[in-house]
Write a protein that binds this ligand. Structure first.
Ligand SMILES: [Zn+2]
Length: 164
């Protein structure tokens, strides 16, 4: 293959990939409920109130290592709240074992989560944050169980579980 053919090949592949990705990601576009009052807090506030791991996830979009959260395997009845502001995001009826190493939910509390496009990786992905404090929680992947087909893949350290 000469250089020109190689470059054309690369360009063709990129366009194809971009088209594929733009049609496959962001299948669920969710917004904050009208009654949510968005928090405005300083970086100092978050550094003072969150653990370093929570700060890295919620405020900088980091991802915790797989199987690092005890919530991944937790099956108890209760509710899962944002560790930043205590807004309820999920409940145990929505949780399932995805075998991915992160707490996974097939549905969410409507109006309490907002999706956004994450450009950190090579391919854009659908990420989501708490609708109230704006803290990053995880990514939405469309390989969950029916009927939703959604996997809300959440960092366990960004959540706080409250038993029923
Ligand atoms: Zn929050």
């Amino acid at each position: 293959m000469n250089r020109r053919a190689f470059l054309l090949g690369v360009t063709g592949f990129s366009v194809f990939t971009a088209l594929q990705l733009s049609s496959s990601h962001n299948k669920v576009d969710v917004k904050a409920a009208a009654y949510i009052i968005k928090w405005q807090r300083s970086d100092t506030y978050w550094r003072d109130t969150l653990t370093p791991a929570q700060y890295a996830i919620l405020r900088t979009g980091a991802t915790e290592p797989r199987y690092s959260s005890p919530y991944t395997k937790l099956e108890a009845d209760g509710t899962y709240h944002c560790a930043g502001c205590q807004l309820e995001l999920f409940n145990s009826a929505m949780k399932y074992d995805s075998h991915t190493g992160w707490p996974s939910f097939q549905d969410y509390i409507k109006g309490h989560i907002e999706t956004y496009t994450d450009f950190k990786n090579i391919a854009p992905t659908t990420a989501y944050r708490c609708a109230q404090c704006g803290g990053h929680h995880g990514h939405l992947i469309m390989d969950g169980p029916l009927p939703t087909g959604q996997r809300w893949c959440n960092n366990g350290q960004a959540l706080e579980f409250k038993p029923a």
